[in-house]
Design a protein around this ligand. Structure first.
Ligand code: UD2
Length: 315
């Protein structure tokens, strides 16, 4: 059976992919630098070989790719506002790291890399839903960096014949997502705060919308992308999403129901680099991978709230 590498394995998406692979009896190696990953996320992954290392270091990339057939590249410095505050750090950890990994993967004879792209590539174009035929229009340093990684994937597929597949994730959420950083995803922050009876802050008027995607759907998309025929998928980028959207104000109302929070949200200035509306057309991943999101937003949110209520995400 193939050997897999998961980068960013101490992040919530990486750890979820690694857990699914281990469950299927696969041989898995993971790498993380703990810049944003959490050691607590490695609990349950003891069967995995773990390397503590940074992909900005080419030697760490070479070591992690040795003997590997398939890579899931989840490592990144996520967050639009973090990139606005420090665009160079985002570039180092998203662009340089991705290029180093590609070079090492090619040298090691890796067959395929499945790359964590981002819906931020579409930017603030008013057309909804967003489909892969649209011109990218990144408006934050983070979006530029994730898109650059995607373009490198495409180029390595064309030029070197390394199989690459980009999944453009749309606002992934679920158990194991860190709720403690100012740069955390909004649902993780809101779940933690509202369960603790604390007031969440909505940036802007709350009428911005997102196609929030439950983690299990994204894990499934990755497993499908790893095994789909190369002639169909190599060099391609496709949306990995739910295919429906909800405003932050409606998320807040739903979370009041699920958490028992009875206060009002605070409203603050909109964030720089934020986009207004996001909704994916998921037909390409449906056609090329057979991807269908099995868990809808409401069920995903219910499971997520239960995970935080049970004490998840405290460390
Ligand atoms: C972007 C990408 C997403 C992923 C992510 C990684 C888009 C549409 N999505 O997510 O696919 O790559 O970056 O970080 O580009 N907000 C509040 N209060 C808070 C926190 C956030 O109101 O306490 C708002 C925020 O201003 C935004 C929305 O919630 O309008 C979602 O923010 P986010 O940081 O969870 O994710 P986003 O959309 O920047």
């Amino acid at each position: 059976m193939a050997k897999y590498l998961v980068t960013g394995v101490a992040g919530f998406i990486g750890r979820s992919i690694a857990a699914a692979l281990l469950q299927r009896g696969a041989s898995v190696r993971g790498i993380d630098s703990f810049i944003t990953g959490k050691r607590a996320n490695l609990v349950g992954l003891e069967a995995m070989e773990f390397i503590e290392g940074d992909l900005a270091d080419p030697a760490a990339c070479a070591r992690s790719c040795e003997g590997v057939q398939i890579v899931f590249h989840e490592a990144a410095l996520a967050s639009v506002p973090r990139s606005v505050a420090d665009p160079v750090a985002t570039n180092v950890n998203c662009v340089n790291a991705t290029l180093n990994l590609l070079v090492a993967a090619r040298a090691a004879g890796v067959r395929r890399i499945v790359y964590a792209g981002s819906s931020s590539a579409y930017g603030d174009t008013p057309t909804l839903p967003k489909h892969e035929g649209m011109l990218p229009n990144p408006i934050s340093p983070y979006a530029v960096a994730k898109l650059a990684g995607e373009q490198y994937m495409r180029a390595f597929s064309r030029v070197y014949g390394l199989e690459t597949v980009t999944l453009r994730y749309f606002n992934v959420f679920g158990p194991h997502q860190d709720p403690t950083s100012q740069y955390s995803g909004v649902l993780a922050i809101f779940c933690r705060k509202m369960l603790a009876g604390q007031q969440p802050t909505i940036y802007g008027d709350g009428e911005q919308s997102r196609d929030f995607t439950y983690i299990d759907n994204v894990v499934e998309a990755n497993l499908l992308a790893a095994s789909a025929p190369a002639e169909k998928v190599s060099g391609q980028a496709m949306n990995a999403a739910t295919g429906s959207r909800i405003t932050l104000n409606d998320v807040f109302t739903l979370l009041c129901e699920l958490t028992g929070y009875s206060g009002k949200p605070a409203y603050a200035e909109p964030r720089k680099g934020d986009i207004r509306d996001s909704l994916a057309d998921i037909s390409l991943a449906g056609n090329l991978l057979g991807y269908r999101p099995a868990i809808d937003f409401r069920e995903g949110l219910r499971r997520t709230v239960e995970w935080y209520r049970a004490g998840g995400g405290q460390n």
